[in-house]
Design a protein around this ligand. Structure first.
Ligand SMILES: C[S@@+](CC[C@H](N)C(=O)[O-])C[C@H]1O[C@@H](n2cnc3c(N)ncnc32)[C@H](O)[C@@H]1O
Length: 306
């Protein structure tokens, strides 16, 4: 897979952080689940240059020990960490792929697993590994800012749709989840018994974010041509028209994202006799109540028009 440039992560950070304000109810539910612990371990998968930690650390009301994990040594070496924050006790950096996650979590520890802008870059097998670790080890997880493939430019252009189709097809190359990531990961977690809720965390960009929009559009056109060289004339004319409108302050861009909170199924009820050390025979035990109620993330945001 092509490396992600650090400059791109820097450019998008502010828009990412603003979008995440829409999913604060998920953060509240996570904090309530974690409860009062002296300090909490967090593992940030695909940490890149540390944007996820930078957003989360000041918003978590407990002391934190972070592990930033990325398979790209260059990116993780450039982390602008939240180490200076008084509640961040320690930040470790590990160069590793998602497949190594299970082995990195010591027996008996219960870290929060988190990532931002990563799930669409995984294969189905990697998503399965991630969901298994989270479900089997009963870990809370917050997966932020996964693209859904829905992108709206205002005003619309008839070519937006062809560009979007080619772009999304490219994001699914070589078995990557691309725009299917939210559906695949939430299904895997729910099938494994986790309680899952989601919130929309869209980028809503206007003329004030012109440099980010320009980079986004240029990359989009490049990807379309990489996907299908024959699309070059249409991609070029589309890009030129869109950049001209942007230069005149007349273009807006919405890029849909979803945040996912996954909490472990409620612990099985322990019959009183068993709790007192007088276990009943298996056949007499209360049935497993199955997954508990969904965590309450507050009222659903307005996702009309997606
Ligand atoms: C779009 S960047 C997001 C970086 C950062 N989380 C952020 O929000 O700015 C995706 C990151 O995931 C990393 N990544 C992708 N697939 C990975 C994998 N299988 N294992 C570990 N890291 C991975 C990439 O190296 C990159 O740093």
């Amino acid at each position: 897979m092509r490396p992600i440039p650090a400059s791109w992560l820097t450019l998008r950070r502010e828009a990412d952080h603003r979008a995440r304000e829409h999913s604060l109810p998920l953060l509240d539910a996570l904090v309530e689940h974690v409860g009062h612990r002296e300090s909490v371990e967090l593992i940030d998968i695909g940490a890149g240059t540390g944007s996820n930690q930078a957003w989360l650390a000041p918003r978590l009301p407990f002391e934190q020990v972070w592990t930033l994990l990325d398979h790209d040594a260059a990116l993780i070496g450039e982390t602008t960490s939240a180490e200076g924050h008084p509640r961040v006790l320690e930040t470790r950096r590990i160069v590793a792929g998602i497949g190594e996650l299970d082995g990195l979590i010591p027996e008996g520890s219960s870290p929060v697993v988190t990532c931002s802008a990563v799930l669409d870059l995984l294969t189905r097998a990697q998503a399965g590994q991630l969901a298994r670790v989270v479900a089997d080890r009963r870990l809370p997880a917050l997966f932020s800012l996964t693209v859904t493939g829905d992108v709206a430019l205002g005003p619309a252009d008839p070519r937006d749709r062809t560009v979007a189709e080619a772009f999304n097809a490219h994001q699914r190359r070589e078995g990557l989840l691309g725009p299917d990531a939210v559906g695949v990961v939430t299904d895997l977690l729910r099938e494994a018994g986790c309680r899952v809720v989601t919130r929309a965390t869209d980028w809503s960009l206007g003329p004030e974010q012109a440099p980010l929009i320009e980079k986004y559009l240029r990359d989009r056109a490049d990807v379309v041509v990489e996907h299908d060289a024959a699309a070059e004339p249409e991609a070029s004319s589309w890009l030129a028209a869109r950049l001209e409108l942007l230069a005149r302050g007349g273009l807006s861009l919405t890029v849909a994202h979803t945040d996912i909170l996954s909490l472990p199924a409620a612990a099985p009820a322990v019959p009183a006799a068993e709790a007192a050390g007088n276990a009943a025979p298996a056949a007499d035990r209360a049935p497993d109540p199955g997954p508990g109620p969904e965590p309450d993330p507050g009222p659903e945001p307005d996702t009309a028009g997606r």
